[in-house]
Each structure stands twice: as C-alpha cells, then as structure tokens.
Design a protein around this ligand. Structure first.
Ligand SMILES: Cc1cc2nc3c(=O)[nH]c(=O)nc-3n(C[C@H](O)[C@H](O)[C@H](O)COP(=O)(O)O)c2cc1C
Length: 205
C-alpha cells in the first residue's frame, strides 16, 4: 500500500469549482492553519500570516480585487497567504521557544541571528524572496492539510496585490503571496493534469 503522503501527492487536483453551500467552522480554520505553520522556514522565522476570508462581505471585497474569480466566494474560506519580509531582528523571539525546549543551544540561536543579518540586512530582494518562499511553503502545507481533511484547494496568483493590501490592511512588511480557496469540491472539476516529462525538468549532475 502506498504511503498516505505519496497518495496525496499523486491524487490531489486543483479545485476550481466549489460547493457554495458548505461552510467550515472557525475551529477547522484554526486546525488548518496550525498544520500549515508546521511548514519549515528559513531560521524558523515563520515570517507569514494567514488571513482567513470567510464572511460573505469580506469574500465579496476580496473577489473585487481578485479578478472576480468565483471560487473566492464559492469556497468555504479563501486564505490570503502573506509573506513577511525576512528580518534578522526577529530571530531571538522566534528561536527562544526552541532554546527553552532544549532543542537548540542559546549560542547557536545567537549565531543564527548573525547569519540572518548577513543574509537579509539591507538586502531587500533577498528579504522579499524569503517572504515568498515562506508563504509558498505555508500555502502548500495548507493545501495538503485541506486535502487530508477531505477538502480541496485552489491556489491563485490572479489578484491585484495592491488592492488586497489596501482592502485587508496589510502591514508595510507584508506581501500577499497567494490566495488559496479551500472548501468542498463541486462536480465537474478537472483531474490532475499531466506533467512535463522528467527528461525536461530533471538534471542529475
Ligand atoms: C501559484 C499558482 C497560481 C495560480 N493562479 C490561478 C488563478 O489565479 N486562477 C485559477 O483559476 N487557477 C490558478 N492556478 C491553478 C493552476 O492552473 C493549476 O494549479 C494547474 O493547472 C495545475 O493543476 P493540477 O494540479 O490540478 O494538475 C494557480 C496555481 C498556482 C500554483
């Protein structure tokens, strides 16, 4: 029997058509985001934020800046997955729980702060790249958590980032990386599409 993670990777398809009559509870939303935050981030910075757009009013506001995509309002919830610009000054706070738990020595945490400073301080492109990486990992984990709980997910980059930032009061250091509609699939979704052959995408050196 295949491992459940392999089965999920093989079986998942992007959901475009959602059953609008299904809702999900705040508890289910919290559960999904708790699982999403298990994704790894550089220096365990956890430089992300998940805005769960669930009320009809907020969904309509998001759809207006989301290319009018129907899944934004049809899905039970549409997440705005935000990445936060990577900042070495956040490492002490983000690493303290690992030091307190005895997972990581304090001097290593200090070393990581220095390394993070070398990487990101006055490096806006790297800092932004890291925000996009973190949010993408978070969104991917959120997508598979939804799959495991019997729901489907539709990622979207078709939205106006400035409009989303304005409508949902994103902070200066936050980038709306992806919208992720999550809910119960309606009839008529496409199966997972074929992928390019490995000969085109894999290089072994
Ligand atoms: C980053 C990203 C952005 C996407 N943006 C949109 C979008 O704005 N609207 C849409 O309908 N589908 C969007 N898609 C869905 C893709 O078309 C879909 O995931 C792709 O065709 C693969 O589908 P499959 O995994 O079901 O085979 C997006 C997917 C990703 C990963």
């Amino acid at each position: 029997m295949s491992h459940p993670i392999i089965s999920a990777i093989e079986d998942r398809q992007t959901i475009n058509l959602f059953d609008p009559s299904h809702d999900i509870s705040e508890e289910q939303i919290s559960d999904l985001v708790r699982l999403a935050t298990k994704a790894p981030t550089s220096f365990n910075l956890q430089n992300w934020r998940f805005i769960a757009v669930r009320s009809p009013e907020a969904k309509a506001r998001l759809r207006a800046v989301g290319w009018d995509q129907p899944k934004i309002t049809d899905a039970a919830v549409t997440f705005i997955v935000c990445g936060q610009l990577a900042d070495h000054e956040h490492t002490p706070e983000r690493l303290a729980p690992a030091v307190e738990a005895g997972i990581m020595p304090g001097e290593v945490a200090n070393g990581w702060q220095g390394a993070a400073k070398n990487l990101y301080f006055e490096q806006p492109q790297r800092s932004r790249d890291e925000a996009v990486r973190s949010a993408t990992f978070g969104a991917n984990t959120l997508m598979f958590a939804a799959h495991a709980l019997g729901m489907g997910a539709g990622p979207m980059s078709g939205f106006d980032p400035d409009g989303v930032a304005r409508e949902f009061d994103l902070a200066e250091n936050e980038i709306p990386v992806m919208l992720l509609a999550i809910g119960f699939a309606a009839e008529g979704n496409w199966s997972q599409k074929p992928r390019r052959p490995l000969s085109q995408v894999l290089q072994i050196v």
